[in-house]
Design a protein around this ligand. Structure first.
Ligand SMILES: Nc1ncnc2c1ncn2[C@@H]1O[C@H](COP(=O)(O)OP(=O)(O)OP(=O)(O)O)[C@@H](O)[C@H]1O
Ligand SMILES: [Mg+2]
Length: 269
């Protein structure tokens, strides 16, 4: 199983008064179960656009997005279903990913029903409880009747991960999933995500501009600039022997930031 972009591009068409934007240009990358792949790059480099392409939310202008060797545009219904459950999104919480008018049980239960993972009130609830336990929200029963605004930021992010997990995905696309969280909460969520790789074999496409986080969790890194992937390699290779000048400047500026934030020294990465 593989999720792949092959020479994929996305150009947003010109609107009145604005030129067209080549948000993603000729990107080729692979993500697979069990592997933590990171995409880094400055704001506007095309990371979220690429994420939305990998999720099938926007079509590629040219090139292919493929799941399990099949191009997204050319799948039959069974194949589309496998892709729709196999690849899930976990986005940044403040983007309002959870409906404030629905309890945790209802939000997650709807997805379980919609995708025919289980049916019947008890079976649906059991699946929801199981995935809340998987993300460390326990006892899960205590969270079923809560509304998003009755949860902490970290708990909400865990619920979002649980919502992806109810479908037993093979790959999770996480766009800035921990960026809004403070350091200790962030560490907990990252540990959880890593654990899911080991326990359930989930793979990640992890999008962030937080380089210390990437160094800690990723096995492979792709560096984006102006819609292009300028460099890709193992995390060790990128952090110790980056070839592209842009990667080097990105690493250098991250180091400077790290050194200047001396009020919270952290040496555990
Ligand atoms: N729907 C859209 N219509 C027009 N232009 C868009 C659209 N979505 C994104 N863009 C443009 O595409 C480029 C890439 O945006 P994108 O959101 O992918 O960047 P990003 O790397 O995720 O940035 P950030 O780190 O700030 O989240 C930007 O120039 C953006 O303005
Ligand atoms: Mg983005």
């Amino acid at each position: 199983m593989l999720l792949e972009a092959r020479n994929a591009s996305k150009t947003f068409r010109a609107r009145r008064g604005a030129a067209s934007v080549a948000a993603v240009s000729g990107v080729t990358l692979q993500a697979r179960p069990g592997e933590f792949v990171a995409i880094v790059g400055e704001s506007g480099s095309g990371k979220s656009t690429l994420a939305r392409m990998l999720l099938g939310l926007i079509p590629a202008t040219s090139g292919e997005i493929e799941f399990d060797g099949l191009s997204l545009g050319r799948m039959n219904r069974t194949q589309v279903r496998a892709y729709r459950t196999g690849v899930q999104a976990v986005l940044q919480d403040p983007s309002g990913s959870l409906n404030p008018r629905k309890t945790v049980e209802r939000s997650l239960g709807e997805i379980v029903r919609l995708h025919h993972v289980a049916s019947g009130r008890a079976a649906v609830r059991a699946r929801v409880v199981e995935s809340l336990n998987e993300v460390g929200l326990s006892p899960a029963e205590a969270f079923l009747d809560r509304y998003p605004q009755e949860l902490s930021g970290g708990q909400r992010q865990r619920v979002l991960i649980a919502r992806a997990l109810v479908l037993s995905p093979q790959i999770i696309i996480a766009d800035e999933a921990v960026s809004a969280l403070d350091a200790s909460v962030k560490a907990g969520i990252l540990k959880l995500m890593n654990g899911l790789t080991e326990r359930l074999g989930v793979g990640y496409v992890f999008i962030t501009h937080d380089l210390p986080v990437v160094r800690k969790v990723a096995q492979r890194v792709y560096v984006m600039k102006d819609g292009h992937i300028v460099e890709g390699g193992s995390t060790t290779q990128i952090f110790t022997a980056a070839k592209h000048p842009y990667t080097r400047s990105l690493l250098a500026s991250a180091l400077t930031l790290d050194a200047s934030s001396s009020e919270s020294p952290r040496s555990d990465n």
